[in-house]
Design a protein around this ligand. Structure first.
Ligand SMILES: NC(=O)c1ccc[n+]([C@@H]2O[C@H](COP(=O)([O-])OP(=O)(O)OC[C@H]3O[C@@H](n4cnc5c(N)ncnc54)[C@H](OP(=O)(O)O)[C@@H]3O)[C@@H](O)[C@H]2O)c1
Length: 231
């Protein structure tokens, strides 16, 4: 059965591939990011399956408008993939409070906001997937320059556990996937020049599968999805 699926961070990298994977399986995908051009190209590739809503997820008004559009267009939301994210790569001593706030805002508060605004619109057995990082996974290898990013992702992981408890009564499952290295622009920012063992296409396929099937097996779980840490 066709599901209604919101994918944030859909303009490039992993999110772009997730949208294509889900559209190829005839689901109704709402693609969200700030850059309108790539989202429009996605819609033009899959006009029957992809809607594009350009929005900055850190902007309260933009998220309100996004939720109004979704709720007036579709009969409820089945899956939300909180994949949008940003990364600041700076040593701790050079990170300003503005940098810290930007990381928490971009990687945590933006997911909190869209999730909260969508609560009245989730269908029964909905699944929320928070795309976290191995950097935010307890006990994983940590890397210089990524403290603000890793902390923001660790918080997103813990939010996942909290929401699974609070939203379980509404029939909503919540899981976090802590990704290892995937060859995207963000990886290049974090680890310039490294070659990741996984492509965005491969990770996009995995996340699409997990979003559709994972809630039958997992709820409130913080799952590492990594072959190895970058060196
Ligand atoms: N690549 C990796 O190795 C890796 C590893 C661990 C975790 N992850 C996580 O996986 C997710 C996807 O990463 P990626 O590698 O595909 O990164 P990417 O290529 O940099 O893409 C990030 C996406 O997020 C969107 N975005 C950022 N801020 C936004 C905002 N305020 N509002 C709306 N959209 C926003 C960007 O679109 P616009 O700029 O158009 O808004 C873009 O589509 C991220 O959460 C990242 O932290 C990636």
């Amino acid at each position: 059965m066709s599901k209604v699926i919101i994918v944030t961070g859909a303009s490039r990298g992993i999110g772009y591939e997730v949208c294509q994977q889900l559209a190829n399986r005839s689901h109704q995908v709402v693609a969200v990011a700030r850059s309108a051009g790539p989202l429009k190209r996605l819609r033009q590739q899959y006009p029957a399956f992809i809607s594009d809503i350009p929005a900055d997820l850190t902007d309260q008004d933009a998220v309100d408008q996004l939720v109004r559009t979704v709720s007036s267009t579709f009969e409820g939301v089945d899956i939300l993939i909180n994949n949008a994210g940003t990364l600041i790569n700076k040593p701790f001593e050079d990170l300003s409070l503005k940098d810290w706030r930007a990381q928490i805002e971009g990687n945590l508060i933006s997911a909190v906001n869209i999730t909260k605004q969508l609560l009245p619109h989730f269908n029964t057995n909905a699944h929320i997937i928070n795309i976290s990082s191995m950097g935010g996974f307890q006990g994983s290898a940590k890397f210089p320059g990524l403290s603000a990013y890793s902390v923001s992702k660790g918080a997103l992981s813990i939010l996942t556990e909290c929401l699974s408890r609070e939203l379980g009564g509404q029939g909503i499952s919540v899981n976090a996937l802590c990704l290892g290295a995937v060859q995207t622009e963000m990886l290049e920012q974090a680890f310039p020049g490294i070659k990741a063992p996984v492509s965005p296409e491969e990770m996009g396929e995995y996340i699409a599968d997990f979003s559709l099937n994972g809630s039958a097996f997992y709820n409130g779980k913080i799952l590492p999805v990594a072959l190895e840490d970058p060196e």
